[in-house]
Ligand binder design. Structure first.
Ligand code: CTP
Length: 395
Protein backbone atom coordinates (compact mmCIF):
# COMPACT_ATOMS: atom_id res chain seq x y z
CA UNK A 1 0.00 0.00 0.00
CA UNK A 2 2.99 2.31 0.31
CA UNK A 3 4.63 1.21 -2.92
CA UNK A 4 5.73 4.26 -4.91
CA UNK A 5 5.00 6.68 -2.06
CA UNK A 6 7.56 9.06 -0.63
CA UNK A 7 7.46 9.59 3.13
CA UNK A 8 9.27 12.43 4.84
CA UNK A 9 10.14 11.44 8.42
CA UNK A 10 10.90 14.23 10.91
CA UNK A 11 12.79 13.19 14.04
CA UNK A 12 12.89 15.49 17.07
CA UNK A 13 14.73 15.42 20.40
CA UNK A 14 13.08 12.70 22.45
CA UNK A 15 14.42 9.49 23.89
CA UNK A 16 11.98 7.73 21.52
CA UNK A 17 14.07 8.96 18.55
CA UNK A 18 15.72 5.54 18.26
CA UNK A 19 12.36 4.03 17.24
CA UNK A 20 12.44 6.18 14.08
CA UNK A 21 15.04 3.78 12.64
CA UNK A 22 12.62 0.86 12.92
CA UNK A 23 9.83 3.01 11.48
CA UNK A 24 11.98 3.99 8.47
CA UNK A 25 13.03 0.38 7.82
CA UNK A 26 9.45 -0.84 7.98
CA UNK A 27 8.27 1.92 5.62
CA UNK A 28 10.97 0.95 3.12
CA UNK A 29 10.05 -2.74 3.49
CA UNK A 30 6.49 -1.71 2.57
CA UNK A 31 7.79 -0.19 -0.68
CA UNK A 32 8.08 3.49 0.28
CA UNK A 33 10.96 5.85 -0.42
CA UNK A 34 11.92 7.53 2.85
CA UNK A 35 13.68 10.84 3.43
CA UNK A 36 14.57 12.04 6.91
CA UNK A 37 14.96 15.40 8.60
CA UNK A 38 16.58 15.47 12.04
CA UNK A 39 16.51 18.39 14.46
CA UNK A 40 19.81 19.25 16.14
CA UNK A 41 18.43 18.04 19.49
CA UNK A 42 17.46 14.65 18.07
CA UNK A 43 21.14 14.06 17.28
CA UNK A 44 21.72 13.75 21.07
CA UNK A 45 19.66 10.56 20.97
CA UNK A 46 20.45 9.00 17.60
CA UNK A 47 23.13 9.58 14.99
CA UNK A 48 22.48 10.83 11.44
CA UNK A 49 24.53 7.84 10.25
CA UNK A 50 22.02 5.33 11.71
CA UNK A 51 19.12 7.26 10.16
CA UNK A 52 20.77 7.62 6.75
CA UNK A 53 21.62 3.90 6.69
CA UNK A 54 17.98 3.07 7.45
CA UNK A 55 16.79 5.49 4.72
CA UNK A 56 19.38 4.37 2.19
CA UNK A 57 19.98 8.11 1.57
CA UNK A 58 21.66 10.94 3.46
CA UNK A 59 19.67 12.79 6.11
CA UNK A 60 18.48 16.11 4.63
CA UNK A 61 21.12 18.78 5.04
CA UNK A 62 20.37 22.01 6.86
CA UNK A 63 19.04 24.99 4.89
CA UNK A 64 22.29 26.86 5.41
CA UNK A 65 24.20 24.06 3.69
CA UNK A 66 21.56 23.39 1.04
CA UNK A 67 19.39 26.48 0.67
CA UNK A 68 16.33 24.79 -0.86
CA UNK A 69 16.23 21.63 1.25
CA UNK A 70 13.08 22.97 3.01
CA UNK A 71 11.37 23.24 -0.41
CA UNK A 72 12.66 20.11 -2.18
CA UNK A 73 11.98 17.53 0.59
CA UNK A 74 8.32 18.53 1.20
CA UNK A 75 7.64 18.97 -2.53
CA UNK A 76 8.49 15.32 -3.22
CA UNK A 77 6.68 13.80 -0.21
CA UNK A 78 3.22 12.21 -0.14
CA UNK A 79 3.15 12.06 3.67
CA UNK A 80 5.10 14.00 6.31
CA UNK A 81 5.34 12.14 9.64
CA UNK A 82 7.02 13.54 12.73
CA UNK A 83 7.95 10.69 15.07
CA UNK A 84 8.78 11.38 17.79
CA UNK A 85 7.19 14.83 18.02
CA UNK A 86 8.22 16.78 21.12
CA UNK A 87 6.10 19.48 22.82
CA UNK A 88 8.56 22.01 21.39
CA UNK A 89 8.11 20.87 17.77
CA UNK A 90 4.31 20.71 18.15
CA UNK A 91 4.37 24.26 19.56
CA UNK A 92 6.45 25.48 16.63
CA UNK A 93 4.18 23.86 14.03
CA UNK A 94 1.06 25.29 15.68
CA UNK A 95 2.59 28.74 16.12
CA UNK A 96 4.10 28.99 12.63
CA UNK A 97 7.63 29.35 13.98
CA UNK A 98 10.08 28.48 11.21
CA UNK A 99 13.59 28.49 12.60
CA UNK A 100 15.06 25.19 11.34
CA UNK A 101 14.73 22.71 8.49
CA UNK A 102 11.91 20.73 10.12
CA UNK A 103 9.68 23.67 11.00
CA UNK A 104 10.22 25.42 7.64
CA UNK A 105 9.51 22.16 5.80
CA UNK A 106 6.21 21.90 7.72
CA UNK A 107 5.10 25.28 6.39
CA UNK A 108 6.01 24.31 2.84
CA UNK A 109 4.35 20.85 2.90
CA UNK A 110 0.75 20.46 1.65
CA UNK A 111 -0.02 16.69 1.97
CA UNK A 112 -1.06 14.38 4.82
CA UNK A 113 0.70 15.32 8.07
CA UNK A 114 1.04 12.73 10.85
CA UNK A 115 2.24 13.45 14.40
CA UNK A 116 3.38 10.83 16.94
CA UNK A 117 4.02 12.79 20.16
CA UNK A 118 6.43 11.64 22.88
CA UNK A 119 6.96 13.54 26.14
CA UNK A 120 6.47 13.49 29.90
CA UNK A 121 2.81 12.94 30.84
CA UNK A 122 2.52 16.34 32.56
CA UNK A 123 3.75 18.05 29.42
CA UNK A 124 1.27 16.05 27.30
CA UNK A 125 -1.58 17.03 29.63
CA UNK A 126 -0.61 20.72 29.65
CA UNK A 127 -3.37 22.94 28.23
CA UNK A 128 -0.87 24.68 25.93
CA UNK A 129 0.18 21.37 24.33
CA UNK A 130 -3.48 20.30 24.11
CA UNK A 131 -4.38 23.62 22.45
CA UNK A 132 -1.50 23.36 19.96
CA UNK A 133 -2.46 19.80 19.06
CA UNK A 134 -6.14 20.73 18.70
CA UNK A 135 -5.16 23.56 16.36
CA UNK A 136 -3.06 21.25 14.17
CA UNK A 137 -5.79 18.55 14.13
CA UNK A 138 -8.38 21.14 13.07
CA UNK A 139 -6.13 21.86 10.07
CA UNK A 140 -6.11 18.17 9.07
CA UNK A 141 -3.09 16.77 10.94
CA UNK A 142 -3.45 13.13 12.03
CA UNK A 143 -2.56 12.31 15.63
CA UNK A 144 -1.16 8.92 16.61
CA UNK A 145 -1.95 9.04 20.32
CA UNK A 146 0.90 8.32 22.71
CA UNK A 147 0.47 5.35 25.03
CA UNK A 148 0.40 4.96 28.79
CA UNK A 149 3.56 3.39 30.17
CA UNK A 150 6.75 3.94 32.13
CA UNK A 151 8.34 7.07 30.67
CA UNK A 152 12.05 7.89 30.31
CA UNK A 153 11.92 9.80 33.63
CA UNK A 154 10.67 6.64 35.38
CA UNK A 155 7.17 8.06 35.88
CA UNK A 156 4.07 6.27 34.73
CA UNK A 157 1.64 8.11 32.46
CA UNK A 158 0.45 8.87 28.92
CA UNK A 159 3.36 10.17 26.85
CA UNK A 160 5.16 7.13 25.44
CA UNK A 161 5.35 7.32 21.64
CA UNK A 162 2.83 5.04 19.91
CA UNK A 163 4.14 1.76 18.52
CA UNK A 164 5.57 1.62 15.00
CA UNK A 165 2.58 -0.48 13.84
CA UNK A 166 0.13 2.27 14.84
CA UNK A 167 2.23 4.96 13.13
CA UNK A 168 2.43 2.94 9.91
CA UNK A 169 -1.32 2.29 10.05
CA UNK A 170 -1.91 6.08 10.28
CA UNK A 171 0.40 6.71 7.31
CA UNK A 172 -1.34 4.05 5.18
CA UNK A 173 -4.73 5.54 6.16
CA UNK A 174 -3.57 8.98 4.99
CA UNK A 175 -2.66 7.72 1.49
CA UNK A 176 -5.76 5.53 1.08
CA UNK A 177 -8.72 7.03 -0.85
CA UNK A 178 -11.85 7.15 1.33
CA UNK A 179 -14.20 5.37 -1.07
CA UNK A 180 -16.14 3.71 1.78
CA UNK A 181 -17.02 6.86 3.69
CA UNK A 182 -20.67 6.81 4.71
CA UNK A 183 -20.68 2.98 4.86
CA UNK A 184 -21.10 0.91 8.03
CA UNK A 185 -19.41 -2.47 7.63
CA UNK A 186 -20.16 -5.22 10.11
CA UNK A 187 -17.57 -8.01 10.10
CA UNK A 188 -17.44 -11.28 12.00
CA UNK A 189 -14.03 -12.84 12.64
CA UNK A 190 -12.20 -15.65 14.35
CA UNK A 191 -13.49 -18.92 15.73
CA UNK A 192 -16.24 -19.37 18.27
CA UNK A 193 -15.66 -21.36 21.41
CA UNK A 194 -18.38 -23.67 22.69
CA UNK A 195 -18.00 -24.69 26.33
CA UNK A 196 -18.41 -28.35 27.31
CA UNK A 197 -17.88 -27.83 31.02
CA UNK A 198 -16.05 -25.16 33.11
CA UNK A 199 -12.62 -26.36 31.89
CA UNK A 200 -13.17 -27.63 28.35
CA UNK A 201 -14.49 -26.25 25.09
CA UNK A 202 -14.45 -27.10 21.44
CA UNK A 203 -13.42 -24.69 18.75
CA UNK A 204 -11.54 -24.60 15.42
CA UNK A 205 -8.27 -23.39 13.93
CA UNK A 206 -9.44 -19.99 12.70
CA UNK A 207 -6.94 -17.27 13.70
CA UNK A 208 -9.17 -14.32 12.80
CA UNK A 209 -6.49 -12.89 10.48
CA UNK A 210 -8.80 -12.55 7.45
CA UNK A 211 -11.53 -10.70 9.38
CA UNK A 212 -9.10 -8.38 11.15
CA UNK A 213 -7.37 -7.61 7.82
CA UNK A 214 -10.81 -6.80 6.39
CA UNK A 215 -11.57 -4.49 9.32
CA UNK A 216 -8.27 -2.60 8.94
CA UNK A 217 -8.70 -2.14 5.19
CA UNK A 218 -12.36 -1.06 5.47
CA UNK A 219 -11.47 1.45 8.19
CA UNK A 220 -8.62 2.90 6.11
CA UNK A 221 -11.01 3.29 3.19
CA UNK A 222 -13.27 5.42 5.38
CA UNK A 223 -15.99 3.01 6.62
CA UNK A 224 -17.37 2.89 10.13
CA UNK A 225 -16.42 -0.65 11.12
CA UNK A 226 -17.89 -2.98 13.73
CA UNK A 227 -15.87 -6.16 14.23
CA UNK A 228 -17.65 -8.94 16.11
CA UNK A 229 -14.79 -11.18 17.10
CA UNK A 230 -14.48 -14.61 18.63
CA UNK A 231 -11.36 -15.33 20.74
CA UNK A 232 -8.17 -14.37 18.86
CA UNK A 233 -4.65 -13.22 19.73
CA UNK A 234 -4.85 -10.17 17.42
CA UNK A 235 -5.03 -6.66 18.85
CA UNK A 236 -7.98 -4.40 18.02
CA UNK A 237 -7.47 -2.42 14.80
CA UNK A 238 -7.20 1.36 15.30
CA UNK A 239 -10.57 3.14 15.05
CA UNK A 240 -12.63 -0.06 14.84
CA UNK A 241 -15.43 -0.90 17.28
CA UNK A 242 -14.55 -4.42 18.45
CA UNK A 243 -17.27 -6.48 20.12
CA UNK A 244 -15.71 -9.54 21.79
CA UNK A 245 -17.80 -12.69 21.99
CA UNK A 246 -17.11 -16.30 22.75
CA UNK A 247 -19.91 -18.57 21.58
CA UNK A 248 -21.90 -18.79 18.34
CA UNK A 249 -25.05 -17.66 20.11
CA UNK A 250 -23.25 -14.60 21.55
CA UNK A 251 -21.96 -13.83 18.04
CA UNK A 252 -25.49 -14.18 16.66
CA UNK A 253 -26.90 -11.71 19.25
CA UNK A 254 -24.05 -9.25 18.72
CA UNK A 255 -24.59 -9.29 14.93
CA UNK A 256 -28.39 -9.16 14.95
CA UNK A 257 -28.33 -6.28 17.47
CA UNK A 258 -26.17 -4.18 15.14
CA UNK A 259 -27.25 -5.22 11.64
CA UNK A 260 -29.89 -2.48 11.20
CA UNK A 261 -27.33 0.24 10.58
CA UNK A 262 -24.95 -1.90 8.49
CA UNK A 263 -24.75 -1.30 4.73
CA UNK A 264 -22.33 -4.22 4.19
CA UNK A 265 -21.97 -7.42 6.27
CA UNK A 266 -18.90 -9.63 5.86
CA UNK A 267 -18.96 -12.96 7.67
CA UNK A 268 -15.40 -14.26 7.86
CA UNK A 269 -15.90 -16.06 11.19
CA UNK A 270 -15.51 -19.82 11.41
CA UNK A 271 -18.63 -20.28 13.49
CA UNK A 272 -18.85 -23.56 15.31
CA UNK A 273 -21.72 -25.60 13.89
CA UNK A 274 -22.42 -27.38 17.17
CA UNK A 275 -22.66 -26.54 20.84
CA UNK A 276 -23.19 -28.78 23.85
CA UNK A 277 -26.91 -29.18 24.51
CA UNK A 278 -26.68 -29.11 28.28
CA UNK A 279 -23.78 -27.25 29.75
CA UNK A 280 -22.37 -28.67 32.96
CA UNK A 281 -21.50 -26.61 36.01
CA UNK A 282 -18.84 -29.13 37.06
CA UNK A 283 -15.99 -30.79 35.17
CA UNK A 284 -17.38 -33.80 33.34
CA UNK A 285 -16.02 -37.27 33.95
CA UNK A 286 -14.27 -38.59 30.85
CA UNK A 287 -16.50 -41.64 30.99
CA UNK A 288 -19.41 -39.26 30.24
CA UNK A 289 -18.06 -38.42 26.79
CA UNK A 290 -20.46 -40.82 25.15
CA UNK A 291 -23.38 -38.98 26.81
CA UNK A 292 -22.45 -35.59 25.31
CA UNK A 293 -25.44 -34.29 23.37
CA UNK A 294 -24.89 -31.63 20.76
CA UNK A 295 -27.19 -28.92 19.41
CA UNK A 296 -26.91 -26.92 16.19
CA UNK A 297 -25.83 -23.30 16.62
CA UNK A 298 -27.71 -20.47 14.88
CA UNK A 299 -26.55 -19.79 11.31
CA UNK A 300 -25.71 -16.09 11.48
CA UNK A 301 -25.08 -15.59 7.75
CA UNK A 302 -28.36 -17.29 6.84
CA UNK A 303 -30.22 -15.18 9.41
CA UNK A 304 -28.81 -11.96 7.90
CA UNK A 305 -29.49 -13.27 4.38
CA UNK A 306 -33.15 -13.83 5.32
CA UNK A 307 -33.77 -10.27 6.57
CA UNK A 308 -36.26 -8.31 4.45
CA UNK A 309 -34.01 -5.24 4.55
CA UNK A 310 -30.50 -6.54 4.58
CA UNK A 311 -27.06 -5.12 3.93
CA UNK A 312 -24.94 -6.32 0.98
CA UNK A 313 -24.07 -9.69 2.51
CA UNK A 314 -20.80 -11.54 2.03
CA UNK A 315 -20.02 -15.03 3.34
CA UNK A 316 -16.78 -17.00 3.37
CA UNK A 317 -16.64 -20.69 2.54
CA UNK A 318 -13.51 -22.34 3.86
CA UNK A 319 -13.44 -25.73 2.17
CA UNK A 320 -10.90 -28.54 2.08
CA UNK A 321 -10.05 -29.13 -1.57
CA UNK A 322 -11.33 -27.49 -4.73
CA UNK A 323 -14.97 -27.93 -3.71
CA UNK A 324 -16.14 -24.70 -5.27
CA UNK A 325 -19.62 -26.04 -6.00
CA UNK A 326 -20.22 -26.37 -2.21
CA UNK A 327 -19.44 -22.65 -1.91
CA UNK A 328 -21.83 -21.89 -4.81
CA UNK A 329 -24.59 -23.79 -2.97
CA UNK A 330 -23.92 -21.75 0.19
CA UNK A 331 -24.35 -18.52 -1.81
CA UNK A 332 -27.90 -19.60 -2.67
CA UNK A 333 -28.89 -21.45 0.51
CA UNK A 334 -27.74 -18.65 2.82
CA UNK A 335 -29.23 -15.81 0.75
CA UNK A 336 -25.86 -14.04 0.41
CA UNK A 337 -24.89 -11.58 -2.33
CA UNK A 338 -21.33 -12.89 -2.49
CA UNK A 339 -19.42 -15.93 -1.25
CA UNK A 340 -15.65 -15.97 -0.99
CA UNK A 341 -14.35 -19.49 -1.52
CA UNK A 342 -11.00 -20.62 -0.27
CA UNK A 343 -9.35 -24.01 -0.10
CA UNK A 344 -7.74 -24.05 3.34
CA UNK A 345 -5.40 -26.84 2.26
CA UNK A 346 -3.96 -24.84 -0.68
CA UNK A 347 -0.38 -23.53 -0.41
CA UNK A 348 -0.39 -20.06 1.24
CA UNK A 349 -4.11 -20.18 2.09
CA UNK A 350 -6.00 -21.07 5.20
CA UNK A 351 -6.48 -20.17 8.82
CA UNK A 352 -3.14 -19.19 10.29
CA UNK A 353 -1.39 -17.74 7.22
CA UNK A 354 -0.95 -14.03 6.40
CA UNK A 355 -1.85 -14.75 2.78
CA UNK A 356 -4.86 -16.27 1.07
CA UNK A 357 -5.97 -17.58 -2.33
CA UNK A 358 -9.68 -17.03 -2.96
CA UNK A 359 -12.41 -17.06 -5.58
CA UNK A 360 -15.16 -14.45 -5.30
CA UNK A 361 -18.52 -15.92 -6.31
CA UNK A 362 -21.54 -13.76 -7.14
CA UNK A 363 -24.86 -14.38 -8.83
CA UNK A 364 -25.69 -13.08 -12.30
CA UNK A 365 -29.17 -11.81 -13.18
CA UNK A 366 -29.84 -15.14 -15.01
CA UNK A 367 -29.08 -17.08 -11.75
CA UNK A 368 -25.74 -18.39 -13.03
CA UNK A 369 -22.64 -17.83 -10.89
CA UNK A 370 -19.83 -15.47 -11.76
CA UNK A 371 -16.38 -16.37 -10.44
CA UNK A 372 -13.37 -14.11 -9.98
CA UNK A 373 -10.12 -15.84 -9.01
CA UNK A 374 -7.63 -13.87 -6.88
CA UNK A 375 -4.11 -15.34 -6.84
CA UNK A 376 -1.99 -15.70 -3.70
CA UNK A 377 -1.94 -12.31 -1.94
CA UNK A 378 -1.61 -10.84 1.54
CA UNK A 379 -4.93 -10.98 3.40
CA UNK A 380 -5.14 -7.15 3.35
CA UNK A 381 -4.80 -7.18 -0.45
CA UNK A 382 -7.47 -9.91 -0.63
CA UNK A 383 -9.77 -7.77 1.56
CA UNK A 384 -9.15 -4.77 -0.67
CA UNK A 385 -9.96 -6.73 -3.84
CA UNK A 386 -13.18 -8.06 -2.27
CA UNK A 387 -14.17 -4.49 -1.31
CA UNK A 388 -13.50 -3.37 -4.93
CA UNK A 389 -15.73 -6.20 -6.11
CA UNK A 390 -18.51 -5.24 -3.63
CA UNK A 391 -18.36 -1.61 -4.81
CA UNK A 392 -18.49 -2.73 -8.47
CA UNK A 393 -21.46 -5.04 -7.81
CA UNK A 394 -23.47 -2.35 -6.07
CA UNK A 395 -22.78 0.33 -8.66
N1 CTP B 1 -21.72 -19.15 9.21
C1 CTP B 1 -22.50 -18.47 10.11
N2 CTP B 1 -23.08 -19.14 11.14
C2 CTP B 1 -22.90 -20.48 11.29
C3 CTP B 1 -22.10 -21.19 10.36
C4 CTP B 1 -21.51 -20.48 9.33
O1 CTP B 1 -22.65 -17.24 9.97
N3 CTP B 1 -23.46 -21.10 12.30
C5 CTP B 1 -21.14 -18.40 8.08
C6 CTP B 1 -19.62 -18.30 8.12
O2 CTP B 1 -19.20 -17.14 8.83
C7 CTP B 1 -19.27 -18.21 6.64
C8 CTP B 1 -20.36 -19.02 5.97
O3 CTP B 1 -21.43 -19.10 6.90
O4 CTP B 1 -19.37 -16.90 6.16
C9 CTP B 1 -19.97 -20.40 5.54
O5 CTP B 1 -19.44 -21.09 6.64
P1 CTP B 1 -19.12 -22.64 6.55
O6 CTP B 1 -18.58 -23.09 7.86
O7 CTP B 1 -18.32 -22.88 5.31
O8 CTP B 1 -20.57 -23.17 6.25
P2 CTP B 1 -21.50 -24.10 7.05
O9 CTP B 1 -22.87 -23.58 6.84
O10 CTP B 1 -21.06 -24.27 8.44
O11 CTP B 1 -21.36 -25.43 6.21
P3 CTP B 1 -20.44 -26.73 6.42
O12 CTP B 1 -19.73 -26.57 7.76
O13 CTP B 1 -21.39 -27.83 6.38
O14 CTP B 1 -19.49 -26.70 5.25
Amino acid sequence: MLKGKTILVGITGSVAAYKAVDLIRRLRDAGATVKAIMTDKSKNFITPLSVSLACGAPVAADMFEEPFSHIDGPAQADVFVVAPATANSIGKFAGGIADDLLSTSFLVFRGGFVLAPAMNWRMYEHPVVKKNLASLLSQGAVLVEPQRGTLACGEEGVGKMAGVDAIIEAIIAVVTPKDLSGEHILITAGPTREPIDPVRFFSNRSSGKMGYAFARVARRRGAVVTLVSGPTAISAPEGVDVVRVETASEMYSAVMGRIDTASIAVMTAAVSDFCVAEQRSEKADKADIALLKLDRTPDILAAVGALSRRPFTVGFAAETGARIERAERKLISKGADMIVFNDVLAEGAGFETDTNVVTIITRNADATCQKEYLPLSHKEAVASAIIDSIIARRA
